[in-house]
Design a binder for this molecule. Sequence first.
Ligand code: FE
Ligand code: FE
Length: 174
Amino acid sequence: MATQTKTSKQKESKFQQLFIDEIKDIYWAEKHLVKALPKMSKGATSSKLASAIDKHLEETKVHVSRLEEVFTMLGLKPQAKKCDAMEGLIKEAESILEDTDADTMVRDAGIIIASQKVEHYEIASYGTLVAFAKKIGLKDAASILNKTLDEEKATDTGLTKLAVSEINDEASEE
Ligand code: FE
Ligand code: FE
């Protein structure tokens, strides 16, 4: 707002509060993904899918620590706020493991659907967080969040390739 003068002592705006709330939301989400991804990887039939998930698990751990860096930049202690959406997406992923047979490609196709829903949630979140950080003038936070955004997008693209190039073919023949 052009009429509002900014001072460092000033209480954060509603927009900044929204930004911080959303950081807390995705922090909860990332921390829960660190726990959930190993189950997906273990449940996968294809070793390529398992290693794609394992690779993203390692990236996800970095996503958690990047968010902790952002909290520090904001002068805040890391704090997670329950993300109902991610809780639901993780539950869906777990029910795919229950509803599909082990050692089938149909299961892998299901794991990919569930994983891509998760990645899309993250892409939506980080896309907005980058834009908010830029708007607030938090350049460093924006560039940290953007690194994660790129990894979420790359993961999503990689999963599409894996599905289209082999897993869906094999699943459709089972
Ligand atoms: Fe992530
Ligand atoms: Fe992710």
